[in-house]
Design a protein around this ligand. Structure first.
Ligand SMILES: CC(C)(COP(=O)(O)OP(=O)(O)OC[C@H]1O[C@@H](n2cnc3c(N)ncnc32)[C@H](O)[C@@H]1OP(=O)(O)O)[C@@H](O)C(=O)NCCC(=O)NCCS
Length: 115
């Protein structure tokens, strides 16, 4: 299930975010993490099964929520976890916000919503 990020998940969150191509640089990754920690319009969610295996992060702007980050633990990829996160995000915030993908997420997002 999709749960909201809290500070106690910081290490696992950073580990998952580090797989995102734009977050390979540690300095950039730390800046991103700080944003999700401190800025209300940046919101992060984690996918928890037995362990936490995925992450999805959005930037809220007006009535839009733009997905900027999505990552799944490599051992669990190709099993629909990414799609489940997108579907759950729609359920959690989709009434209030129109969910759109940032450029770097758009191909994946289109694959998720096409069916
Ligand atoms: C991208 C990522 C989150 C996908 O997670 P996943 O759990 O493997 O995805 P799913 O199994 O739910 O796949 C859902 C659909 O998206 C497609 N898809 C997966 N990764 C994709 C990508 N990078 N680009 C386009 N489509 C993609 C799948 O083929 C699938 O479509 P299908 O049902 O037509 O086969 C995962 O590969 C990852 O963590 N990558 C590293 C981080 C990253 O690159 N993030 C930014 C780019 S999105």
């Amino acid at each position: 299930m999709l749960i909201r990020y809290k500070k106690s998940y910081e290490k696992i969150a950073m580990g998952l975010l580090s797989f995102v191509p734009t977050e390979k640089d540690l300095k950039k990754l730390r800046q991103t993490m700080k944003r999700y920690d401190e800025e209300n319009d940046w919101q992060l969610f984690l996918w928890r099964e037995e362990d936490i295996i995925g992450i999805i992060g959005v930037k809220l702007e007006g009535n839009r929520a733009e997905i900027h980050h999505v990552s799944v633990n490599p051992s669990y990829r190709g099993q629909g976890v990414g799609k489940k996160m997108v579907d759950s995000l729609h359920r959690i915030i989709g009434e209030k916000y129109t969910i759109i993908p940032a450029k770097q997420v758009s191909d994946f997002y289109e694959s998720c919503i096409k069916k």
